[in-house]
Design a protein around this ligand. Structure first.
Ligand SMILES: NC(=O)c1ccc[n+]([C@@H]2O[C@H](COP(=O)([O-])OP(=O)(O)OC[C@H]3O[C@@H](n4cnc5c(N)ncnc54)[C@H](O)[C@@H]3O)[C@@H](O)[C@H]2O)c1
Length: 348
């Protein structure tokens, strides 16, 4: 028997979920119904993916009463995530929801409380965690291969600035860097350092000719509870060589450097993942990476299935993901106040 999903939000990324992430695990997962509130996207999903009119709904409530499902996958815009998740959990369904979990930490807390009351699991798709390179870096730090960690530098660079002003959907996103994109990097910092962020300071670094409404480039200093300081430079409009999506990381340790990158994107799967150790004497030692036949979003779906089967919580549970969302909130506040802001993770 396959795991049954209702899929909400068949926009650009939702279609990509169907064509790639869910297609890879089609032997284990079936989408029994879709929920979409924009008619042209319902028609596209019918034409391209073969859903029948009887499988298409405009609300989760209609869908759960008409088709069988174990869980609901949410790939709609962030502002809609928690209301939809709550609707699904109250209807007795587990939820896998795209990042960022919510636009405010308080909304996420409300949904987490409902998850606890209903016994329905709420998991966030932080897909960058399920790649070989960050998995290896966690192992290297855990095994203390290069001695104590001193500091971390992260660079993220892309160029999404060719379209004229007003003509690219990203230009109008709320906080395209600090929320929409950097949540992956904040989340990887927490995964790799194994602790929470304490404070963050952000300075916007956009040029006057930016077509973005909100920040597209910024520099941040994030201090973690283990004392490690991460310096982060991110930009959607960098003319330097683009990085892979997880960014370029340098971890300076007592005995040398860990250089890594991950998530080349597109059709490349895990191919671009790379971890190299450089000892203080300059010797470069490429690190063997684990083979992941299923990675990224697909691995996240399997992780939710495992959670349901074993009751052992996912590393991407909403409760854990709150630490990443809290960095987003503190980073946006710092951008506005120009001050160092504490990262406040509510007690659940
Ligand atoms: N993890 C990643 O690497 C990654 C990459 C891209 C996008 N995303 C995330 O995926 C999500 C969707 O992004 P997108 O670019 O596809 O957005 P989009 O705006 O292209 O698509 C969203 C879709 O949701 C539908 N929708 C909106 N409200 C709805 C509702 N109440 N019920 C049903 N359908 C509704 C819209 O009609 C649209 O079809 C966002 O949270 C985004 O941050 C994640």
């Amino acid at each position: 028997m396959t795991f049954k999903l209702i899929h909400v939000g068949l926009g650009g990324w939702g279609m990509d979920w169907e064509r790639t992430a869910l297609a890879t695990i089609a032997d284990r997962v079936t989408v029994t119904g879709i929920v979409e509130n924009w008619q042209p996207n319902i028609e596209r999903a019918q034409e391209v993916l073969g859903f029948t009119p009887k499988q298409c709904f405009s609300t989760i409530t209609e869908a759960v009463s008409a088709v069988e499902a174990d869980a609901v996958l949410i790939t709609s815009p962030p502002a809609t995530h928690m209301d939809l998740a709550i609707e699904a959990m109250l209807a007795g369904k587990h939820v896998l929801c795209e990042k960022p979990m919510a636009t405010h930490v308080d909304d996420a807390v409300t949904a987490i409380n409902i998850s606890r009351e209903t016994g329905m699991y709420l998991q966030i798709s932080q897909n960058y965690r399920f790649y070989p390179a960050p998995t290896k870096v966690v192992e290297l730090l855990r095994e203390d291969v290069l001695g104590g960690l001193a500091r971390v530098n992260v660079d993220f660079r892309q160029w999404v600035h060719d379209a004229p002003a007003g003509e690219h959907p990203y230009y109008d996103l709320d906080h395209p860097l600090l929320s929409d994109m950097a949540i992956h990097h904040w989340d990887l910092m927490r995964m790799i350092l194994g602790c929470e962020a304490e404070s963050v300071y952000v300075q916007r670094s956009d040029p006057t000719w930016s077509n973005f409404r909100d920040e597209a480039s910024a520099t941040a200093i994030v201090v973690f509870t283990n004392g490690v300081v991460v310096s982060y430079r991110g930009s959607w409009m960098s003319s330097d060589t683009p990085t892979y999506w997880a960014g370029e990381w340098k971890l300076e340790c007592e005995e040398g450097l860990i250089n890594w990158t991950s998530r080349q994107g597109g059709p490349f799967g895990t191919q671009g993942d790379k971890v190299t150790i450089r000892t203080r004497s300059g010797t470069e030692i490429p690190q063997p990476l684990v083979h992941m036949p299923v990675w990224g979003r697909s691995a996240g779906v399997l992780d939710l299935m495992r959670w349901i089967e074993t009751g052992e919580s996912s590393q991407n549970s909403a409760a854990n993901n709150l630490g990443s969302l809290a960095i987003v909130e503190a980073a946006i506040t710092s951008l506005q106040t120009g001050e160092v802001e504490p990262v406040r993770i509510p007690l659940l």
